[in-house]
Write a protein that binds this ligand. Structure first.
Ligand code: ADP
Ligand code: ADP
Ligand code: MG
Length: 655
């Protein structure tokens, strides 16, 4: 929409119930409601999107990078309605839509593909024989898969049958297609993809590559451009192979050819193989924009309008280095489970030539369970990778998200990792470093507790001053909060709750502030609460500016990008907690039941899968919390469940 505005083009948004007040709605010149929150009844309903396009008189539809963006039938429907689909011809989407057919096509076009089996025959024995011939480990992939779903690694022949069944099931459930293909599993690969662009006049160029090797469960987490240490020769070879692939299918517009690069013997002469083509603009396109200076959306709109590509291959070049991190509403401490809630605070570093923020939400918005849990993309640029990485670390420190759990601390740990800094990358990076990237949640540092305690003290003092002011007797002793006691120093105690422990902090009121004792350390602190939830604190002579959010239950301290949720101990609330024991297994987040794997009366071991709930594009397996018996199952397939709902009544076995 921003690009459209620069080009003098009006934009029309569509929105579901959940998005009625979303950022994209307020950014558009006009917005049309197209249905309820579930995507199948709104954003994935081609008829509704098209009806809105017609009603608004739109001449073109930009499909974004999710939902219907790779849907050939939708692209056809647009064309039939005389509306331009900003994307490739439907035939090109179809040619690349099924991974096995795409690979077969690439083989005939002379583009290297990972050794494997891409035939139609789906006979168990045929597939098994193919796997044996390829040699283990192999990777089974759902033909229509995407987003890392429907993939199974198989290490040896006797694991094959189970893995095949799993990949088929996931393919069937997620994409309505249980066909698979088999590939040699590369042990140490990098994911390097090439941005291509083609017009209607026979021109096609590549806008260099992006390295997306930083992945978790085959999903991208950090992307960068150019790929670190890639030689100009390989860059050119990959770029030309990508253009060849695009031309082979009569491509038009923006597309990405994903390659997998076998770096087990280093990157210098590493073989690269075609993996798949994404026939749309991609989530990570900003890194390409920052190193090439090209607005890819502008090119998309120009090409859709029939113009030739604005630049030729020789006119394109790489300037500097860009990194993108995907900030998700998810909880790394709980297996990266998506997190929903209201964004009580959402602050990013100021945008400028070095920092770009792409986000669909604003402070106060709700992260709902209906869509992908991505909150924002934070993109940085500088002259080289080392400098860009420094920008990234700083930008993450200035990012403040409160209200949902996020992966920002996880991203920040990657950004300071030495292997990452020396570009020691492959797709196994995150898994290999997971212990340092997701450390056991521990106690908050003394500094954060001191800031929290100080915030509570200053808040009380402010409140007392306010009351005294309105009371007519500002000097009344009842409005004093200095803990005065007869025959003693003024003292008090603040009880905070951190990592489920009560932290009692003795406070003495001394000249120049408060003396706090935390973890046997005595600190002199003072400071002031300022606007915008800022606190200026002086802790033992060190001046710190941090963010504090005080509410009924506690205080959130954000210190250099690290969010610490600290409770304020409340005797009354504490008494209630004990009653909350559960006699069942609860939904970890709102979603839809997609499988029931047990039955009433079943005796199960701890960890046995009981139910699968789908939410935010992911499946979550609900398992037995202990050895015990399933008393009753409260939901069936298709039911919607709220967070905290008891799914299965469960009795723990007594021993
Ligand atoms: P990429 O490799 O570019 O991340 P994905 O196939 O994972 O591609 O999806 C691209 C984007 O499309 C997602 O990050 C998300 O923003 C959007 N998207 C796709 N499907 C859905 C969905 N069912 N609900 C919400 N967003 C979706
Ligand atoms: P999706 O459609 O889900 O994006 P891809 O085929 O693009 O599926 O693969 C996603 C990711 O899985 C890749 O980025 C890579 O990390 C991993 N992967 C894919 N193929 C292989 C392979 N043959 N060997 C090892 N890893 C692979
Ligand atoms: Mg992919």
């Amino acid at each position: 929409m921003e690009t459209a505005r620069h080009m003098g083009i009006r934009s029309v948004a569509v929105y579901s119930d959940a998005d009625a007040t979303s950022r994209h709605v307020s950014k558009a010149d006009e917005a049309h409601h197209i249905g309820p929150s579930p995507a199948t009844q709104s954003y994935l309903d081609a008829d509704k999107v098209l009806a809105a396009a017609k009603a608004s008189g739109a001449r073109a539809v930009h499909p974004g990078y999710g939902f219907l963006s790779e849907n050939a039938a939708f692209a056809e429907a647009c064309e039939a309605a005389g509306i331009i689909f900003v994307g490739p011809p439907p035939s090109a989407i179809r040619a690349m839509g099924e991974k096995h057919a795409a690979k077969a096509l690439m083989v005939t076009s002379g583009v290297p593909v990972v050794p494997g089996y891409h035939e139609e025959n789906q006979d168990d024995a045929v597939l098994r024989k193919a796997a044996d011939e390829i040699g283990y480990p192999v990777l089974i992939k759902a033909t229509s898969g995407g987003g890392g779903k429907g993939m199974r690694r198989v290490n040896k022949g006797d694991e094959f049958a189970d893995a095949l069944a799993g990949a088929r099931r996931e393919g069937k459930n997620s994409f309505g297609d249980d066909r698979v293909l088999i590939e040699k599993y590369l042990e140490i690969p990098r994911h390097i993809e090439v941005q291509v662009f083609a017009d209607n006049h026979g021109n096609a160029v590549y806008l260099f590559e992006r390295d997306c090797s930083l992945q978790r469960r085959h999903q991208k987490v950090i992307e960068e451009a150019p790929a670190p240490d890639l030689s100009p020769d390989i860059r050119k070879a990959m770029g030309e192979a990508a253009v060849k692939a695009a031309l082979a299918i009569g491509y038009r517009g923006a597309g990405t050819i994903e390659f997998i690069v076998d770096v087990s013997n280093g990157l210098a002469d590493a073989p690269f193989y075609f993996m798949e083509m994404n026939t749309r603009l991609q989530v990570e396109h900003p890194v390409t924009e920052l190193i090439t200076g090209v607005d890819l959306v502008e090119w998309q709109l120009r090409v859709a309008a029939g113009e030739p590509l604005p630049l030729r291959q020789e006119e394109l070049s790489i300037t500097g280095h860009a990194l993108e991190v995907r900030i998700y509403a998810e909880n790394p401490d709980k297996g990266f489970l998506p997190s929903t809630g209201r964004l009580k605070r959402l602050r990013f570093p100021a945008a400028g030539p070095h920092v770009r923020i792409d986000t669909g939400v604003e402070e106060g918005d709700e992260v709902t369970p209906f869509y992908d849990p991505m909150i924002a993309k934070l993109i940085v640029w500088d002259e080289d990778r080392t400098r860009a990485l420094r920008r990234l670390r700083r930008a993450l420190q200035q990012t403040e998200v409160v209200g949902v759990k996020t992966n920002t601390a996880f991203l920040a740990r990657i950004a300071v990792n030495e292997d990452f800094a020396s570009a020691n990358l492959d797709t196994g990076f995150i898994e290999r470093h997971i212990a340092e990237l997701v450390p056991e949640p521990g106690a908050a540092p003394v500094r954060a507790l001191a800031i929290a305690a100080l915030a509570v003290l200053l808040d009380r003092a402010d409140e007392a001053a306010f009351n005294a002011h309105g009371n007519g007797d500002p000097t009344s002793p009842w409005h004093q909060v200095h803990g005065w006691r007869m025959n003693d120093d003024g003292h008090d105690e603040i009880k905070l709750v951190d990592a489920e422990e009560i932290v009692a902090i003795p406070v003495r009121y001394v000249t120049g502030g408060y003396e706090l004792t935390i973890a046997d350390k005595t600190l002199i602190v003072n400071g002031e609460l300022e606007d915008e939830d800022r606190i200026v604190a002086n802790i033992d002579g060190v001046r710190i500016v941090a963010t504090v959010l005080l509410d009924d239950g506690g205080v959130t301290v954000i210190d250099a990008g690290h969010v610490h949720q600290i409770g304020i101990f409340d005797v009354l609330a504490a008494a209630e907690v004990d009653d909350a024991g559960t006699g069942g297994v609860v939904a970890p987040l709102p979603g839809k039941v997609v499988a029931v794997l047990t039955e009433a009366g079943a005796s199960v071991d701890k960890g046995t899968p009981l139910m699968i709930v789908e939410a935010m594009k992911m499946e979550h397996t609900i398992t037995a919390p202990a050895d015990g018996v399933v008393d009753e199952i409260h939901f069936e397939i298709g039911d919607a469940v709220d967070e905290g709902t008891v799914l299965v009544a469960f009795s723990v076995a007594e021993d």
